[in-house]
Design a protein around this ligand. Structure first.
Ligand SMILES: [Zn+2]
Length: 294
């Protein structure tokens, strides 16, 4: 699933290509993936491209918004020639380099013959028309409101494992499994540590490592990990998978101490960690109780 750095990368690459473009038509190939009335946006000009958490938002000149959520396998591709769209690379899940593909759900066409393809293999993603941008409840990691004090107040309120809390978009938005695992590794915190057991010093460090991993992810143009779902709007891959610290590195040596990276499953998601660097200050009894909770 694209996280903050992946959606931010899409936003930055897409904005110069679509701002000022006028929507000439929208082809809805899968009604489940388009919510709202397409006639509210046809004929309108895109005046802004923003990102709120993991949601990409096009602002239109009639004060309507087109919101895009990528969920598990959403992709956006931009072509200057929507009728004959050919990309340099094979597009993951489609088996080819031409669009539309069998995973294309919506096509947004512009008056200059360019356009956007919204692909989604698993069909959980969506494009929604709205009167306001669809902003998630939580605070964005790149927002000024994201501070060590905020992380502290969120962490102290709950007994959830810290990794589960970091990924809860109602508190902090933009962090998914990749950046949660790697920030916890850098902060030397076990992913199952109960959030209210973290010391002030650990929280300060965790705040810094979240910013560090997210910023590195943006610098690397996002992560195209083992599932290869994420691609840039030109069909190329991101580069952050080459800089994963523990994520998807089960059985490989820790970059710090050479101990083999472990993977555990909790809350339905894999957690990757170094059993030596990320020591947990909670007893095995507490761990048992916590496992039972989830
Ligand atoms: Zn280690």
């Amino acid at each position: 699933m694209p996280e903050l750095p992946e959606v931010e990368t899409i936003k930055r690459k897409l904005a110069p290509n679509v701002i000022g473009k006028v929507i000439s038509d929208i082809q809805i190939l899968s009604p489940k993936n388009f919510i709202g009335n397409k006639n509210d946006v046809i004929g309108q000009k895109i005046i802004s491209v923003d990102r709120y958490g993991k949601v990409l938002v096009f602002g239109l000149n009639n004060k309507k918004y087109l919101n895009i959520h990528f969920k598990l396998s959403g992709q956006i591709l931009f072509s200057k020639n929507v009728e004959h769209a050919v990309f340099k690379n094979i597009i993951p899940f489609t088996g080819g380099n031409k669009m539309p593909a069998n995973t294309t759900r919506v096509i947004v066409e512009f008056t200059d013959d360019s356009g956007i393809f919204f692909n989604d293999l698993r069909k959980f993603g969506w494009i929604k028309v709205s009167d306001q941008p669809l902003k998630p409840k939580g605070v964005d990691v790149l927002d000024n409101k994201f501070t060590p004090e905020l992380v502290s107040s969120i962490a102290k309120k709950t007994r959830k494992p810290i990794k589960v809390l970091l990924m809860d978009q109602d508190f902090i938005t933009g962090i998914g499994n990749i950046y949660a695992n790697d920030s916890l590794f850098l902060a030397k915190i076990h992913p199952q540590r109960l959030s209210n057991s973290l010391t002030d010093q650990e929280i300060k460090l965790l705040y810094k490592t979240i910013k560090q991993t997210i910023n590195q992810g943006i610098k690397d143009c996002g992560s195209s990990g083992a599932d290869e779902a994420f691609i840039l709007p030109d069909g190329s891959r991101g580069g952050h998978q080459r800089n994963f610290l523990v994520y998807e590195r089960e059985g490989e040596p820790c970059l710090n101490c050479k101990t083999l990276i472990k993977r555990i499953k909790h809350n339905g998601r894999s957690s990757f960690f170094c059993p030596k660097c990320q020591t947990t200050h909670i007893s095995s009894l507490q761990l048992d109780q916590e496992t039972r909770l989830f």
